[in-house]
Structure formats: structure tokens, C-alpha cells
Design a binder for this molecule. Structure first.
Ligand SMILES: Cc1cc2nc3c(=O)[nH]c(=O)nc-3n(C[C@H](O)[C@H](O)[C@H](O)COP(=O)(O)O)c2cc1C
Length: 207
């Protein structure tokens, strides 16, 4: 049975384009994997509390971290367990100031953790998690990707690096762009094209 973990990161609730697109993507995955389970974490509505002092000290202490305890360390253990248990990850995120919103960054700070999800190595970080498909629905007010991109993109390279260093390398970015000014019909057209891409990706995974 496929377990889908779905994170939404916009504070805009029902108005959110990234939440709506990621929900449509999750529905495609569920349709393709009968019996799949779906756990939704609305990080936009309830952003994870940030890291605390013991958490930061434990990370610096490395393998000696066993002497530390704190709410952030507990939150981290729970978030990592939930991520490890998932077979697929769906993220719905807005672009905020060229990158991920603070709520998603807070989640990343909890799950990218030495000796739990990666190990420091002589030549850099060594991933400790198994790869799994990650679908990232991005909503941006302007264009950051493809023809007409008019701003820097620190979101996709950042997420690729942060998720890649723990082992999640099959990351598929699905950008819904120009939400600030596009007509509803244009957003609908973009959404259809992105969902077709999801079907293609699923087709290749099953082949
Ligand atoms: C704080 C903030 C920063 C933003 N920064 C950017 C940006 O850097 N680039 C961009 O294209 N749009 C930016 N936007 C617009 C959002 O990306 C756009 O409204 C998007 O649809 C939000 O996603 P959502 O509908 O899922 O909330 C920003 C919006 C906010 C509130």
C-alpha cells in the first residue's frame, strides 16, 4: 500500500494555488495507486515551531547528541519518522522572495539532520534515506522558469540540494507561474499541462 505524505506550505488556505495544484497531484497519485493512504500536513496553517538551543547544540555535538533533549528534537524525530514511512512526498509551496516560505524551511531544518537523515563524510554529506518520488507544486506570482523568467530562482536549486543530501533525488518540479496576473483560463491550461506531466512521470515509474 502506497503511503503519500502531502505538505502544503501556503498561509492562504483555500485561496492557495499551490495547495490546490498539490491536491490535484495527490489525487492523480491516489488514482494511480488504489488503496494509497494520504496524510496531509498543512504547514502553512500551522508552521512547525523553529529549532531551539538544545537542537542546535545537539547538531553541533554530532554523534554525542544523545545527551540532549528538547521539544525541537522531539518534533524532528516525529517529522523524520513520518517522512521515512512515506513512499511518495507531495509538496505544495508558494515562491516567497525567490525561495521556499519560512514554514517549509522550518520543516527542512527538522528533517535534514546529521546521523539521522545524512552522515557527514570526508567528501561531503552522505544521504541516509532511500530515494522516493517527490512532486513539488510551486505557485509563483511571476515567472521564474522557462521563457520569460524574470527573476532569480533559489527555490528549485535549494530544494534539490536540501532533499538530495538526505537521499531524495527523484524530485519533480511542477510550476504554476504568473498567478498574480494570469487569467483563470491560463492557470487552468497550465494546471492541465502539469497534471499531464504527472501522468507521464507515473507512466515512466510503472514502465
Ligand atoms: C511574502 C511573499 C513573497 C513573494 N515573493 C515572490 C517571489 O519572489 N516571486 C514571485 O514570483 N512571486 C512571489 N510572491 C507571490 C506568490 O508566489 C504568489 O502569490 C503565489 O500564488 C503564492 O502561492 P499560493 O497561492 O499557494 O499562496 C510572493 C508572495 C508573498 C506573500
Amino acid at each position: 500500500m502506497t503511503k503519500i505524505l502531502h505538505l502544503t506550505c501556503s498561509p492562504r488556505g483555500a485561496e492557495s494555488h499551490s495547495a490546490a495544484l498539490s491536491t490535484a497531484i495527490a489525487q492523480r497519485l491516489i488514482a494511480a495507486r488504489p488503496g494509497a493512504t494520504h496524510s496531509l500536513r498543512d504547514l502553512g496553517a500551522a508552521p512547525p515551531d523553529g529549532i531551539d538551543g538544545p537542537y542546535a547544540s545537539a547538531l553541533v555535538a554530532g554523534q554525542a547528541e544523545t545527551g540532549f533533549s528538547s521539544p525541537a528534537l522531539d518534533r524532528s524525530a516525529a517529522a523524520i519518522a513520518e517522512l521515512v514511512a512515506a513512499d511518495m512526498l507531495v509538496i505544495g509551496t508558494p515562491m516567497h522572495n525567490f525561495t521556499v516560505p519560512a514554514a517549509l524551511k522550518a520543516w527542512i531544518d527538522l528533517v535534514v539532520r546529521p546521523f539521522h537523515t545524512f552522515a557527514p563524510g570526508a567528501n561531503g554529506k552522505v544521504a541516509l534515506l532511500c530515494d522516493k518520488p517527490v512532486f513539488v507544486a510551486i505557485a509563483s506570482g511571476g515567472y521564474f522558469h522557462g521563457e520569460g523568467a524574470a527573476q532569480p530562482d533559489f527555490l528549485t536549486p535549494y530544494l534539490s540540494a536540501a532533499l538530495g543530501c538526505i537521499g531524495l533525488r527523484s524530485v519533480h518540479f511542477l510550476p504554476l507561474q504568473h498567478t498574480a496576473r494570469a487569467r483563470a483560463s491560463d492557470l487552468e491550461q497550465q494546471t492541465h499541462a502539469l497534471l499531464d506531466r504527472v501522468d507521464d512521470i507515473l507512466g515512466h515509474m510503472e514502465a
